[in-house]
Design a protein around this ligand. Structure first.
Ligand code: HEM
Length: 187
């Protein structure tokens, strides 16, 4: 009986004190300081100015994750799509909009050459953003390999086609871009 009671107390200690600690550690693991909502070139190893869109992008691989920052001259939504097979099809699209303090960001998938829709599983690990009268900044973290069919596996050191788009004013994620382009980058 005494042994049983001691075992019970031991289990309770683990459940009450140790389990929440390990959960907190897990949550902290994806709290990257670079994702502060401000486009800061010093925070990222790779920086690119995409001239035809007047857009700045920056990215960095940390552990199993990709940290990405994009600064658009639009006030509406902004999006980045990784590894499409053709036009927008099959791209893992991260699309979002910043409205004052509020950030809307969604994990989408290119379902056709000119269409995309929300993933069944949202694999955005961390996000932040900011805006003023001249720009919108969206920053996010995604896993390099989420294991989700509606994402794209990214292998560091490899080159990928990346699609970029934004809307000058619309916050509706369903309204077609004001401008869009595709580039190739090394992750
Ligand atoms: C919001 C809903 C969207 C609609 C209705 C839409 C619709 C279209 C249409 C009709 C085209 C072909 C005409 C054109 O070139 O402009 C197109 C092309 C394109 N879209 Fe979208 N789009 C949307 C979102 C996006 C997003 C979020 C991205 C980027 C992440 C994107 C990237 C592109 C690119 C790069 C092309 C050109 C592809 C090529 O010519 O190879 N689009 N889109």
């Amino acid at each position: 009986m005494k042994i049983f009671l001691m075992m019970l107390i031991g289990i309770l200690i683990v459940v009450i004190f140790v389990a929440p600690l390990s959960l907190a550690e897990e949550a902290q693991e994806i709290s990257y300081p670079e994702i502060d909502g401000v486009f800061n070139e010093e925070d990222f190893e790779n920086i690119l100015f995409v001239e035809n869109l007047d857009m700045h992008i920056a990215w960095l691989v940390k552990g199993e994750n990709l940290l990405f920052s994009v600064k658009s001259i639009g006030k509406g939504w902004v999006a980045v799509g990784f590894n499409p097979s053709n036009m927008m099809k099959d791209a893992n699209i991260i699309i979002g909009d910043v409205k004052g303090e509020e950030i809307i960001i969604e994990d989408h998938f290119g379902v056709s050459n000119t269409g995309h829709r929300k993933d069944e599983v949202d694999n955005i690990l961390q996000a932040n953003g900011s805006e003023d009268e001249n720009f919108t900044v969206l920053e996010f973290v995604i896993p390099l390999n989420s294991g989700d069919d509606m994402d794209q596996e990214l292998i560091p050191g490899n080159k990928y086609k990346v699609i970029l788009a934004y809307h000058m004013s619309s916050e509706s994620l369903k309204i077609r871009h004001s401008k869009r382009t595709s580039i190739e980058i090394e992750i």
